[in-house]
Every structure is written in C-alpha cells, then in structure tokens.
Design a protein around this ligand. Structure first.
Ligand SMILES: [Fe+2]
Ligand SMILES: [Fe+2]
Length: 293
C-alpha cells in the first residue's frame, strides 16, 4: 500500500486527509527508501497511541487543536505548530474539541516491527476552568441594559429636560463604566485568545453571517410593520428598526471593507478569477479556463 513517490506532489494537506471511524485516519502520501510521509486525520477524541519507534519524526499540525506527546512530555498543540521527536523517543497525538490533521514525516520508513512496541495510556486530564461560561455570564449582565438604550431613544423627544438629563446620565454611566471597559478587556485578552483558536480551526466569517441574520430579521420585521396598521406604537418600532439597521449596516460594511476586502487580494489567481466571475455576473460555472499552472 505504500506509494513510491517519484513525482513532486503539491496539495492542501487538510484536503488530502482521510478520516476513519476506527482508530484514526492515516494516508501514506509518499514513501521512499529514505522516508515515509503520512497524513494523520483524527476525529475529535481519537488518538495515535504513544509509542517509541526507532524513527526520527517531524510532525506539522495543519488543522485543529490537540495534544502531542514528545519524549516524556505532553504539549498542547494547534495548527501551525511543528513537533520533532528523535528516534527512540515517545510520540503520540490526540484530537481535542474537533478534527485534527497532521503531516508526519518519519525517517527511515518504518519496517515491519517498528510500530509493534507497547503503547502507553495518556495521563488523566487536569481540571480546567470554563472560561466561556464566565464571558456568557458577563454578557448576560450587560444585555438587559440594552433595553434602556432603546427606551430612552423612544422617550428622548418627549421627556422634559431634567428627566432626559437624568436618564442620559444613567445610560452613560453604564456605557462608560461597564460597556467600554468590557470591550477594552476583550481587546486585550478575549480576542487574542480567540484568534489563536481561529487560526487553527477557521470560522472567522461566522460573526459576519450573524450580522446578516440580524439584518434579515430586522428587514422582515420592518416589512411586516409596513403592511400593517401605522399606529403610533408601530411608527415608533419602525423608527427604532431603521436606526438599528443603519447602525448595524454601517458597522457591517466597515468590517467588510477593512478586514475582508484586503484578504481577497491574497487569494490565488484562479480563486480570484472564479470569485470575480461570480460577483460580476460572468460565467462562474466554468472552472476550467482558470486553471493554475
Ligand atoms: Fe463582549
Ligand atoms: Fe455583508
């Protein structure tokens, strides 16, 4: 089953990976007298047992997050990390929280007895705090204040000057003392932490899709209101929705312009052709005439 590799091979490792429900997926990409290259594909929780064959190994994590055993130490690893284990020392791998794909180069190529050594169990996981729950709790405390913003917006034009100032002071106290510090803390701790994981598992555009979902819901509400009775309460809801849509869309377009548009110019030429055809209404269907060579 080993592939004699005499031709160069270029591919996206995560796409060459083959997963398996038994043990873990492994695909031999290349084998010569000097080395063997395997793509290991682990489903969440799967592992490569710890073993210590007489082979030098370089492992590059290309997708996901997990733990690696290198020598007598367990290390947390994620996409982008590289692991080198000299011959005779223990190595092992396990996926945590989702799929994990690695490219493993071993030299010399394994012989019949090289993987027969006894595999040892992973150490028991230490207790770790639930950071996500902490942030959800903080947001749950902030959410109710958003209603105050809306109701003050509604009342702003009819309130007397004194009352308006008082309520504005309350709202500003929340915004300055709770909301802005919360946002600043996220900038220095939560976002950099999320960024590390996003780099390994992707998903950075999901926040934008959530914007689209909100915009869709607001448009739906607005059209329903437009069809119905234009009572003063409904006029008020229409006004709130229009202001809300304006704010959400301003932020949304700014995010696309500042973050996503510059990324698109880093796509490969064929990917750019394909996307350009689609967006300009050309024939996005024919993918052959932009083949990269
Ligand atoms: Fe937040
Ligand atoms: Fe958009």
């Amino acid at each position: 089953m080993a592939i004699r590799q005499s031709e160069p091979l270029v591919g996206r490792a995560a796409e060459l990976a083959e997963f398996s429900t038994e043990e873990f997926g492994r695909r031999v990409l290349a084998e010569t007298d000097r080395f063997r290259v395997v793509i290991a594909a682990l489903e969440d929780g799967q592992e490569i047992p710890r073993h210590a064959p007489p082979l030098d190994m370089v492992m590059t994590i290309v997708e996901g997050i997990g733990q690696v055993m290198a020598g007598d130490q367990v290390h947390a690893v994620r996409a982008g990390d590289v692991v080198i284990v000299p011959a005779g020392q223990t190595r092992g791998l396990r996926a945590i929280g989702g799929r994990l794909v690695t490219v493993n180069v071993v030299s010399p190529p394994p012989g019949p007895g090289d993987h027969a050594g006894s595999a040892t169990a992973w150490p028991v996981d230490e207790e770790v705090p639930d950071v996500g729950a902490l942030i959800l709790e903080e947001h749950a405390g902030l959410f109710p204040h958003l209603d105050h913003l809306g109701s003050l917006a509604s009342d702003a034009t009819t309130l007397g000057e004194g009352e308006l100032r008082t309520r504005l002071r309350e709202v500003l106290a929340f915004l300055r003392d709770d909301l802005l510090p919360h946002a600043r803390e996220e900038e220095v701790s939560v976002y950099p932490a999320a960024e590390k994981v996003l780099r390994a598992v992707g998903g950075a555009t999901r926040t934008m899709s959530i914007d689209h979902r909100f915009v869709g819901q607001m448009v739906g509400e607005l059209s329903a209101l437009g069809e119905g009775l234009l009572s003063s309460a409904n006029k008020e809801r229409i006004r709130r929705l229009l202001y809300g849509l304006q704010a959400v869309l301003q932020v949304h377009f700014t995010k696309e312009n500042e973050v996503y548009v510059p990324l698109l110019n880093r796509l490969s030429p064929s990917e750019r052709h394909q996307l350009h055809d689609r967006l300009s209404g050309g024939d996005g269907g024919d993918q052959n005439h932009h083949k990269e060579s």
